[in-house]
Unconditional design. Structure first.
Length: 262
């Protein structure tokens, strides 16, 4: 079978589209990576200067998570920007590739390629900040993602959900993708939190303390504080919720892309 005869997906056609996207956007991506690395170095260097000692491992992990989530969502919100204006959308839609192939190019660049590029960028900025800020007698310690693999795994699950949300927002909104998606997610999470709290309050029959979604119950009876959580064996299944949400939003983003027509 001729690879191009498959109208849904062709590996050859996908490779050509990926190469074309890389050739067009690589200079901008490299400049963005340089600015991002410099920005991370400035932030961590400023905190190092204020505390007059190198960052500890816990602080490095916090910065890693914050920079990764922020960077990924900002970058992801731009990968479908060409569909926001009629002139650019007409060029993107007339490319000889299927909607699935166009979606996969955006997905690959905004998630696996971004993460693979972000890790060395962070370590470069992190190492520069740590070694430049060493106090007398202080031993340098760099974040070890292998040793912190449980935290890293949880971060990747959250990253998948946030990536999917901003990927959907990038194709759903015509402009100001990052801001509009963030506002939509805040409204959604706020509404779900209120509904979830009211339902649990009625089921428990006591005055509950406010708590994030998918966490245990916290309440007071008299002067006694109580906490009710799922057993550890079942609590691990909650980690699948962000992945399930991510899968739904990725599908929604793809089908939204298929609706784009000339």
């Amino acid at each position: 079978m001729n690879p191009s005869s498959n109208q849904t997906f062709s590996l050859v056609r996908f490779g050509r589209l990926f190469s074309r996207h890389t050739a067009e956007h690589l200079p901008a991506y490299l400049m963005t990576a340089a600015v991002g690395t410099g920005g991370m170095l400035l932030v961590m260097g400023f905190i190092t200067y204020l505390q007059r000692s190198a960052l500890g491992l816990s602080a490095q992990m916090v910065f890693f998570i914050l920079f990764l989530l922020a960077g990924c969502t900002i970058f992801t919100s731009t990968v479908f920007a060409q569909f926001g204006t009629p002139r650019q959308a007409s060029v993107a839609l007339t490319l000889p590739a299927s909607h699935l192939e166009k979606f996969l190019v955006a997905w690959v660049y905004s998630l696996p390629v971004f993460v693979l590029a972000f890790v060395p960028m962070f370590y470069l900025a992190d190492a520069a900040a740590v070694y430049a800020g060493l106090a007398p007698g202080q031993t340098p310690e760099l974040l070890d993602l292998v040793a912190a693999r449980q935290d890293a795994a949880g971060t990747l699950c959250l990253l998948a959900a946030m990536h999917a949300a901003w990927l959907w927002g990038g194709i759903r909104f015509e402009n100001k993708h990052f801001v509009k998606t963030g506002f939509a997610m805040l409204l959604l999470l706020g509404g779900l939190s209120v509904i979830n709290f009211q339902i649990l309050k009625r089921l428990a029959g006591v005055e509950l303390m406010p708590a994030p979604l998918f966490t245990g119950l916290r309440f007071m009876e008299g002067q006694q504080y109580y906490s009710v959580d799922l057993p550890d064996a079942q609590a691990h299944w909650l980690a699948l919720l962000p992945l399930g949400l991510a899968a739904l939003l990725w599908a929604a983003a793809y089908f939204r892309l298929t609706e784009k027509q000339l």
